[in-house]
Write a protein that binds this ligand. Structure first.
Ligand code: SAM
Length: 214
């Protein structure tokens, strides 16, 4: 797998990843991590977890991944790994994921998280059965609709629990909860995109989906 450390992308073998995993109680995977701020936040809160941030684009990860790889006395976080990979083709050796987050997806990741293409199956294949998930959708992707949302109308909590849950079920995911996030809920995600989008809009609507994978 391709590990991102600052400007470098280095090979991390499946055995090296397994050794890292063994030093922690479980793995939390953040797919489409962007600049990885959410990963740092979770890793600080849960030092027992190995927190893996994955994105197809490594450029935005430079600063955060360098910070995480620093010595612990300089603010480094030994329980963080950043990987460059597409959600459609997750790295060999990534397995036994105990919790998944996909926050504010766009592009092919958004399409995948709406049940189109191989993304839900690909994530499911690396998860423990019953792993909890948190997906947050930026509803402004429907206002007006971007091409990635296809024919799916803007979801609300009720339609997410029916129409979207059906798409998720086809990939073996159980979507059981859907709710709009209030400002405190959005801030608690500690992601850069929620901050950026929130500051550019008077009202910022995010739908959170929860349930289990597999
Ligand atoms: C709007 S950003 C959100 C980043 C972060 N989750 C946040 O909330 O700040 C969407 C991210 O999804 C990533 N992405 C889009 N399609 C992807 C794919 N197929 N596989 C992996 N990452 C993808 C993009 O590179 C981008 O970093």
């Amino acid at each position: 797998m391709h590990r991102v450390i600052g400007k470098r992308v280095v090979e991390l073998s499946a055995a090296e990843f397994a050794a890292l995993r063994e030093r922690h109680t479980a793995v939390l995977l953040d797919v489409g991590t962007g600049d990885g701020k959410h990963v740092l936040h979770v890793a600080r809160e849960r030092p027992d977890l190995l927190v893996v941030g994955l994105d197809a684009n490594a450029d935005a990860l430079r600063k955060t991944s360098a910070k995480a790889a620093a010595r612990a006395d300089r603010g480094g976080l030994p329980n963080v790994v950043f990987l460059r990979a597409a959600a459609e083709r997750l790295p060999d050796g990534l397995s036994d994921v105990a919790e998944v987050h996909v926050l504010m997806p766009w592009g092919s990741l958004l399409r995948g998280m709406l049940g189109e293409g191989p993304v839900l199956e690909a994530i499911s294949a690396v998860c423990r059965p019953g792993a909890p998930f948190l997906v947050t959708l930026n509803l402004h992707a429907w206002r007006p609709p971007v091409p990635e949302v296809g024919e799916l109308p803007e979801p609300d909590p009720a339609s997410a629990r029916t129409a979207l849950a059906e798409r998720y079920a086809a990939a073996g995911w159980r979507l059981t909860e859907a709710e709009y996030l209030d400002d405190a809920g959005i801030a608690a995600l500690a992601t850069s995109w929620t901050k950026r989008l929130g500051s550019s809009r008077a009202r910022f609507d995010v739908l959170a989906l929860r349930g289990t994978v597999g």
